[in-house]
Design a protein around this ligand. Structure first.
Ligand SMILES: [Zn+2]
Length: 81
């Protein structure tokens, strides 16, 4: 299996999140036992990596955009055109 450079870069970033080299800022919108595993904070470096992975996998998650919470939308729908 050959990975594209983009895929390899994302896997590298995911590894850094898993090893806590890139940490969640934990300001309330990061995935945890309280908020659940599908929430993301769009200002958190670790969540940004997860959002990229979510997009590729076509996952639905909740992204905290400033004060406004967008629930139940797929990230592809929110991506700028
Ligand atoms: Zn986070």
């Amino acid at each position: 299996m050959t990975l594209s450079a983009k895929s390899a870069a994302l896997i590298e970033q995911l590894r850094r999140v898993a090893t806590r080299e890139i940490e969640h800022i934990n300001r309330g919108s990061c995935p945890d036992k309280v908020e659940g595993v599908s929430v993301r904070d769009d200002e958190c470096p670790a969540c940004k990596v997860l959002i990229k992975a979510d997009r590729i996998l076509g996952q639905t998650c909740t992204v905290q955009a400033g004060e406004e919470q967008i629930a139940g939308l797929t990230l592809e729908q929110q991506a700028p055109r």
